[in-house]
Design a protein around this ligand. Structure first.
Ligand SMILES: Cc1ncnc2c1ncn2[C@@H]1O[C@H](/C=C/CNC(=O)c2cc(-c3ccc(F)cc3)cc(O)c2O)C[C@H]1O
Ligand SMILES: [Mg+2]
Length: 221
């Protein structure tokens, strides 16, 4: 049967990127998406904003929702300090299979734990299964109407601590209106919009960075 776009992207990586060199894998994917076939990776322009937030937070524990082909997984993992961990959730087995190979080609598999399944099912298992007490950084890039329910779930489970950062892709295109309204109106978050463009296009899009000031915030009388 005809190959999938993620499979063609992986083939391009294996042909053009150097093993163990994350930047060459990132560049190969960006080239493929810009000059051969568009794909919904966060891309190089928004990726630079993602990089700066990762460096600013220098997280010990990161959660990524929606691995897809592993592009943003690599962007985050390549910047992590020794011992820091990135858990990425992907419910489509075919995507997960491609992402594992992309991450391995970049030589980052020791920094990444890719878990297959739905975020709604897996987030409640973070403590017991992965020994994670809370996340310093969460990158939201899965189905857009899952952003808000998953954020509420992480709050309720106490997986966000004072200073935890949520970074959400696509808040303009395709958009995550309910999520955006929530983080921008809730006294629980200090939220800021980073204007950019939809990956590999001139269409406006951006990232929303929301800092969780702590459970006590917003509950004061
Ligand atoms: C709930 C849940 N749990 C685990 N993995 C989940 C999940 N929901 C989706 N996923 C996985 O994440 C990935 C899905 C991401 C959804 N992202 C998108 O739909 C998306 C779409 C566009 C876009 C913009 C303009 C256009 F004209 C067309 C498309 C751009 C993007 O950057 C995107 O992230 C793959 C999927 O298997
Ligand atoms: Mg996205």
């Amino acid at each position: 049967t005809r190959s999938s776009r993620p499979q063609r992207m992986l083939a391009h990586v294996k042909r053009h990127a150097a093993r163990g060199d994350p930047q060459s894998v990132i560049d190969a994917i960006d080239y493929f998406c810009r000059h051969k076939e568009w794909a919904m990776n966060v891309g190089d322009e928004k990726g630079t904003i993602l990089d700066s937030v990762v460096c600013e937070v220098s997280p010990g524990a990161v959660l990524e929702l929606g691995t897809y082909c592993g592009y943003s997984t690599m962007r985050i993992a390549r910047l992590l300090a020794p011992g820091a961990r990135l858990i990425t959730l992907e419910f489509n087995p075919a995507n997960a299979a491609v992402a594992r190979q992309v991450i391995a080609w970049a030589g980052l598999e020791h920094k990444v734990q890719l878990v297959e399944g739905s975020s709604g099912d897996l987030i409640p298992q973070m403590r017991e299964k992965f020994g994670i007490d809370s996340f310093d950084l969460v990158f939201l890039d899965h189905w857009k109407d899952w952003y808000l329910p998953d954020t509420r779930l992480m709050e309720e489970l106490g997986l966000l601590h004072k200073g935890s950062v949520l970074l959400a892709d696509n808040v303009i295109c395709p958009g995550a209106p309910e999520y955006l309204a929530y983080v921008r109106s809730s006294p629980r978050y200090d939220s800021r919009y980073f204007k950019s463009h939809l990956e590999y296009t001139y269409v406006e899009d951006g990232l929303e960075k929301s800092v969780f000031p702590g459970a006590s915030a917003g509950s004061r009388p």
